[in-house]
Each structure stands twice: as C-alpha cells, then as structure tokens.
Design a protein around this ligand. Structure first.
Ligand SMILES: [Ca+2]
Ligand SMILES: [Ca+2]
Ligand SMILES: [Ca+2]
Ligand SMILES: [Ca+2]
Length: 253
C-alpha cells in the first residue's frame, strides 16, 4: 500500500479528530545536547524513558526479529533529540532517488505538529511527516506553489541523523536524530529560519513516530507506529495527511 491517496479521503478525515485523544508524554530537557553520531552513550539519554513502536499501521505486527523498535526523546531550545533503536533483519534502500517511493525503502518517519493543532497537513505545512531514509535524506509531501497539487520535497535541513548497527545479536540499528521544529508558516521559498521555532518549557507539540520496513519486497512489508490509530475505512495509514492521529508531547524541565 502506498502513501499517496486520493484527495477525496480528506473529507472523511474531517469527522475523525476525536480519536486522537492520547496521553501526553513529558519530554525532559537536555542540559547538554547529545552528540549525533549514531551511538547513544551520551549521559543525557539516561534521563529519557523508552517508548515502544508497536502499533501496526500497514500489515500485521512483524515478529521481533523482522522488526521491533523503541524510541526516546529529549529537547533543548534549539532542537528535539530522538534516539530510535530498531531490530530490522534486512536494511533495504532500493531507490537512490530520495524522492522516488521513499516509503518503500526502510525509513524512520517522524511526525511533528508544532502547535499541536491537529488537522490536515497534506497540502499545507500545518504539520510535517519527515521520512528519514537510511542515506539520511529527509522527505515530506507539501504544497506545490506552482499548482494546487502536492509534491515531494527534500527537507534535509530539518532533520540531521546518524545511525550505526551493532555487531552483536540482535544487531540493533541505533539512530540518533536532531530535529528542528518549524511552524505552519514554513514555505519552500521562504528563508528557512523564518518558520523555525525556539523551544521552551511547557510547550506542547504533536508527535508520532513510525518505521517503514521493507526487506526486499516490491512494496514496504510493514509500517509500525508509536501510537494507536483507529482505522478509517480500514485504513490506519493516516499520519502523513492528518495530525489528528498524532500523540502529544510536553517539554518539561
Ligand atoms: Ca551520541
Ligand atoms: Ca525487517
Ligand atoms: Ca499545526
Ligand atoms: Ca528492512
């Protein structure tokens, strides 16, 4: 199943905001920024609780050797910091073009709604769904200002990442990521710093995480998320078009 859906589906979404009620996750402040090198031995990570990535959004929940994952978060005034540890038996990056079917290559998908507004974001920057590929490229769908359609947009400046893979069973892949938070005034033609938000204590942000796992099939084999999503017409793959299904994080000190 691909990420791209007919726009008509958005009409269905208008009535579904109530199912987004999720617990608020407190995220601790990092006095020193973790060094983004794919090794999470930074002392700061110790003050962050692991969260599971275990809700199947496409396909059944894979067995733990095929995919299993967890994540933890920190923040400072400049960035959200994300550590994702996954077991994935085959790391797969078929498409060298970062804008070609990036959801069918292994990737970490980070969902950010700066003001926790919820709502549609496929044709706006009300929220972002950053697909972070194994090669570090970052892609979301956004409005194409030359038409009223959408296009795939490379947003590498928004998310920096490094990963490393353990040489010991179960050969975990350890991702460290540093995320700029941008508000809904973002435009691909604006100064990129104009929409960037300085983070402060007590700020609430819409947040969700997922992993696209493909081990060599024509299309991704599973898509597993951090939050429960109620299916709409049998479809749980909703986060790339509406922020209503995201959870909420709160920045605390
Ligand atoms: Ca590190
Ligand atoms: Ca796998
Ligand atoms: Ca928003
Ligand atoms: Ca894989």
């Amino acid at each position: 199943m691909k990420c791209i859906f007919p726009i008509v589906v958005l009409n269905v979404m208008a009535n579904t905001s109530a199912f987004a009620e999720q617990d608020i996750l407190d995220v601790n402040y990092a006095k020193r920024a973790p060094f983004i090198d794919g090794k999470s031995d930074d002392v700061e990570w110790g003050q962050s609780q692991w969260q599971n990535i275990n809700f199947p959004l496409i396909g059944a929940l894979p067995d733990s050797a095929d995919f299993s994952g967890k994540y933890r978060l920190l923040w400072d005034h400049g960035y959200l910091y994300l550590n994702v540890v996954v077991v994935d038996d085959v790391l797969y990056d078929r498409f060298p073009n970062p804008l070609e079917r990036y959801w069918d290559d292994d990737c970490v998908e980070i969902f950010i709604d700066e003001d926790a507004s919820g709502g549609e974001h496929l044709k706006t920057y009300n929220a972002f769904a950053y697909h972070v590929a194994l090669d570090g490229n970052v892609v979301d769908i956004g409005p194409d200002i030359s038409s009223d359609k959408t296009h795939f947009l490379l947003l590498n400046e928004h998310v920096s990442s490094r990963w490393s893979r353990s040489d010991k069973f179960p050969y975990e892949t350890n991702w460290e990521l540093k995320i700029q938070v941008h508000n809904d005034t973002f435009s691909s033609t604006n100064n990129p710093n104009k929409s960037r938000v300085n983070l402060d204590e007590n700020k609430k942000i819409g947040f969700m995480l997922a992993y696209c796992d493909n081990d060599g099939s024509e299309e991704r084999e599973s898509f597993v998320g951090s939050h429960y999503i109620e299916a709409v017409n049998g479809d749980k793959n909703l986060g790339y078009k509406t922020a209503d299904v995201f959870g909420i994080i709160k920045l605390v000190k």
